[in-house]
Design a protein around this ligand. Structure first.
Ligand code: HEC
Length: 206
């Protein structure tokens, strides 16, 4: 290597020194921004339900997911079909119940009553003891749903069983504000199951 080349090389090294990792210069704000965006996104989804569909998933949203072109009543029916999973264990998916144990909902005079005043109470706080359904006697007990189902879920399941097309039902829908009104008015009933006799004293509709 000539002296000239040697000098040139050492000049290049001075001009382009090896990169050295600097300490403490990574800014924190991109991370903070990321966390804020992530958190904001979750809040947004919780508040608005994002693009979750009402007929697929509703649990735990403050606001119901957007109805995809459904009327309020159709929306309740669709939700009710899913809530009915809670009832099908006893009343069966067919709505025919189990002879001597669980009364049928299909063609039941309780379900198809003109108004839902009795069945809202019955679902909220349960019913036990002698009960006549479609001319058959039952004497069993149904669990209360006041603590577990929301006004909207109770309205939905009752709209569903009253309107169940496959059972040939077409009784009117039950709206959440009706359930809320009865839930509040019967707060003192909480923890005590109804008897059929007591329910029969309540007028079917307002
Ligand atoms: C653990 C079993 C069980 C579950 C779960 C259950 N029920 Fe019942 N249900 C009964 C029994 C038993 C009776 C009759 C009670 C009696 O004999 O006094 C009844 C009565 C009824 C009646 C009045 C009688 C009739 O057949 O029309 C309705 C309406 C009703 N249930 C709706 C529901 C709905 C809606 C749900 C779901 C939210 C539900 N039940 C969940 C057991 C159950």
């Amino acid at each position: 290597m000539s002296e000239e080349e040697d000098i040139q090389q050492s000049n290049e090294i001075e001009a382009n020194p090896e990169p050295v990792a600097a300490r403490g210069t990574t800014p924190a704000w991109p991370f903070i921004l990321l966390v804020m965006l992530f958190f904001g996104g979750m809040v947004y989804v919780e508040e608005t339900a994002g693009a979750f569909r009402v007929d697929v998933y509703t649990a735990g949203f403050k606001n119901p997911p957007p109805a995809v072109g459904l009327s309020e009543e159709d929306e309740l029916y669709v939700i009710g079909k899913r809530v009915y999973a809670n009832c099908a264990a006893c009343h069966q998916p067919s709505g025919l119940g189990v002879a001597g144990q669980f009364p049928p909902l299909k063609d039941s005079e309780w379900v198809l009553a003109e108004g839902p005043n009795r069945i809202i109470r019955l679902v909220l706080d349960g019913v036990a003891g002698p009960m006549k359904v479609k001319g058959e006697d039952y004497s069993n007990a149904m669990v209360p749903w006041r603590p577990t189902l929301s006004d909207r879920e109770i309205a939905a399941v009752l709209t569903f069983i009253r309107g169940q097309k496959e059972w040939g039902h077409s009784a009117s829908a039950v709206l959440p504000n009706k359930v809320k009104a009865i839930r509040d008015a019967t707060a003192s009933q909480a923890g005590t199951t109804w008897t059929a006799d007591a329910l029969l004293k309540v007028s079917e509709k307002d």
